[in-house]
Design a protein around this ligand. Structure first.
Ligand code: FDP
Length: 336
């Protein structure tokens, strides 16, 4: 079967919509190429001596895995010299990374979580890379990029996606004109379109949530989940399934393909303390989910409308099937 490659898809998109600029296309190609290298490292596992922790902590106070650091370096190195970027920001780095003066600079800002779902690395389960692309503000031309230039709501994203390193290596991408899935042909080394435009299936009775956090949820989130756990005898009148991979990329990918809802609400007892990062996780995933016909909120407002206050800001996340997300959000969650 003849399939569309990622390169051809983007060139055709560039011609068709006129919205996709060649610089953005080349930037996405570079990110996708780095994801191939990360996939290779992940695939080697213990044989590549890439498993385990480093003993260091990232800006979030989390222990860094070797692969977190390797993937971060690969993304920085691959994207530094192409001339499409003004700066980068990563979940693994406290400060923004400006493009060094020895390279030409472009107008885009790249944000990424190099390895998402790190607790899965050492046990051979799915992990992924999440990325988001913004445009530098118009007044940033000719001066150094500062952190404030990244403080744009998710609605400003011009592209977002993730790579998932699982049984297959898959890249899921949106340029704001639908969501497309590409599978890595490992022998040839090319990304081939295997699905899209993706439409999130409605009415799937499945939720993804870490139920061990039950006591930390707001009354609204507890009500929503307790009703579903009550199954066929509860107010929903049907049995639900629970799926939790502890890797947001894997859980969101399943929801994009099969439907259902993902929840990582904030801890209501500590004034909105949440786990997932707005800029590296919530925004790109919300963009993808909305482009596939779903919805994403922090329990109160649409994630893409949240005005960021800091690079590493955390946010409650409820995303997936539009009807389900609207139901839990209407219960009055305080999951900000
Ligand atoms: P991780 O920190 O292991 O990289 O990014 C946060 C995240 O993974 C998500 O991918 C995942 O959904 C969540 O943490 C898992 O959280 P729990 O440990 O509470 O299950």
């Amino acid at each position: 079967m003849k399939r569309l490659t990622l390169t051809r898809f983007m060139i055709e998109e560039q011609r068709r919509s006129g919205v996709l600029r060649p610089e953005l296309r080349l930037l996405i190609e570079t990110v996708a190429r780095a994801c191939k290298t990360i996939s290779h490292a992940v695939g080697k596992g213990a044989l590549g001596e890439v498993l385990g922790s480093l003993g260091s902590e990232n800006v979030q106070g989390e222990v860094q895995k070797k692969l977190d650091v390797i993937a971060n370096e690969l993304l920085l190195e691959a994207n530094e010299w192409g001339g499409h970027l003004a700066a980068m920001a990563s979940e693994e780095m406290e400060a923004i990374h400006r493009i060094p003066n020895r390279y030409p600079k472009g107008e885009y800002l790249l944000l990424f979580d190099p390895i998402d779902g790190s607790s899965n690395i050492d046990v051979g389960l799915s992990v992924g890379t999440i990325f988001s692309v913004l445009k530098a503000p118009a007044d940033a031309s000719g001066r150094d990029i500062v952190e404030q230039d990244f403080m744009q709501p998710g609605t400003s994203q011009v592209a977002a996606g993730y790579a998932i390193y699982g049984p297959q290596t898959i890249l899921v991408l949106t340029l704001g004109t639908g969501v497309y899935e590409f599978t890595l042909d490992r022998e040839v080394g090319s990304w081939q379109m295997t699905d899209g435009p993706l439409q999130l299936p409605a009415g799937t009775c499945e939720f993804a949530v870490n139920t061990a956090r039950h006591e930390q949820w707001s009354p609204a989130v507890r009500r929503y989940l307790d009703e579903r756990l009550a199954g066929v005898n509860g107010p929903c009148g049907k049995d639900y399934n629970m799926r939790w991979t502890a890797s947001m990329v894997a859980d969101v990918h399943r929801i994009l393909k099969r439907g259902g809802i993902f929840l990582y609400p904030a801890d209501h007892r500590t004034a909105g303390k949440a786990r997932l990062r707005l800029m590296y996780e919530a925004n790109p995933m919300a963009f993808l989910i909305e482009q596939a016909g779903g919805a994403a909120t922090n329990g109160v407002e649409r994630i893409l409308d949240v005005q960021p206050r800091g690079l590493h800001e955390r946010v409650g996340v409820i995303l997936g099937d539009r009807t389900e997300v609207e139901t839990v959000t209407a219960y009055g969650s305080v999951s900000v």
